[in-house]
Design a protein around this ligand. Structure first.
Ligand SMILES: [Zn+2]
Length: 319
């Protein structure tokens, strides 16, 4: 815009009613948000800029779609954008994408998110789990140094499942440790001591074999396992050929024995549990999604901006 034109535009603002002024502000804010989302999408393209079908990186520009650059692959002819292959591909309202990310960075419930964004609870729920199913793929690998591992348990819940509940609920993780008699789902948590790097995974059963398979892709060759002496971890250490050490709370106290303790895992677990309490119990089938959400927030010490949250939601790897 020419400088003279711009001056005219500013002068004409004098004639705005209060309502028009508010509407204009809203438009400007949305535009700013949309630009932010655009930058994030381009950052993803720079990081992941290859054809989703054949992984070729040679391409032509091929028009703009909903504000995002579309490309045509020189090798296979397929067209794509930065969000092709992500759940955000068909979400056209890019401003809402950032608003939703803001609600998730704040750890809001579905109901509060729906109210803040002025959308239905159902839609807020769908968006949430689209984000989370994608985020959930991001787990650290090759943990090194001292890695503390322990299991934690969540009550089995069929919350939100209106269709017939199974008459004999499928057992997961075995009987509750707390003697309450309710079924619990076991989750293994592993934390690289002295860092914010944490891994967790829902287990079908809390057995040595299940723990071994869960931890196999996570433990680096030089990892040293530190546990509370649960014999299942001897199996893990033996099978995965990593060093390990343990303490026995009964003899050594909760503080552990020298370097052998699980204080980092305990810290992670208690912050996970207290954070989860706001949801008043989550359905077991979505537990994995909530774990991924917490992993991201914890990694950044609950200091994520909406842009950072969205940036991570768009990635396919932990790095
Ligand atoms: Zn291709």
């Amino acid at each position: 815009m020419e400088q003279a034109q711009y001056k005219q535009l500013v002068a004409s603002l004098e004639g705005l009613t209060d309502a028009q002024f508010d509407a204009l502000l809203q438009t400007l804010r949305q535009r700013q948000d949309a630009d932010g989302v655009q930058r994030l999408i381009m950052a993803r393209m720079a990081e992941h800029g290859c054809c989703p079908r054949c992984q070729s990186t040679s391409r032509y520009k091929h028009g703009i779609e909903f504000g995002a650059q579309r490309f045509r692959c020189k090798d296979c002819g397929k067209t794509y954008t930065a969000t092709t292959g992500t759940p955000f591909h068909r979400l056209r309202d890019k401003t809402k994408l950032l608003e939703n990310a803001a609600c998730m960075a704040d750890g809001l419930s579905v109901r509060k998110t729906a109210a803040r964004m002025d959308i239905s609870v159902q839609k807020a729920f769908r968006w949430r789990h689209k984000f989370l199913a994608f985020l959930n793929q991001q787990k650290p690998s090759a943990l090194s140094g001292i890695v503390e591992a322990d299991e934690t348990f969540f009550p089995v819940s069929y919350k939100g499942q209106r269709k017939a509940m199974p008459r004999t609920p499928k057992k997961r993780g075995g009987k509750a440790k707390d003697g309450s008699g309710t079924d619990k789902t076991a989750v293994v948590v592993a934390v690289q001591r002295g860092t914010q790097v944490a891994f967790d995974q829902v287990l079908e059963r809390a057995t040595g074999a299940a723990l071994t398979e869960a931890l196999r892709p996570v433990l680096g060759a030089d990892a040293v396992l530190s546990t509370d002496g649960n014999a299942s971890y001897w199996t893990v250490a033996e099978q995965l050929k990593v060093e390990s050490g343990y303490f026995v709370a009964q003899y050594h106290g909760k503080g552990g024995h020298g370097p052998w303790h699980v204080q980092s895992v305990n810290r992670y677990d208690s912050s996970l549990k207290s954070w989860m309490s706001r949801f008043r119990g989550v359905a077991t089938k979505y537990l994995t999604n909530y774990l991924g959400w917490r992993r991201l927030l914890d990694r950044f010490k609950d200091q994520l901006t909406p842009e950072q949250f969205l940036f991570h939601a768009l990635r396919t790897s932990y790095q």
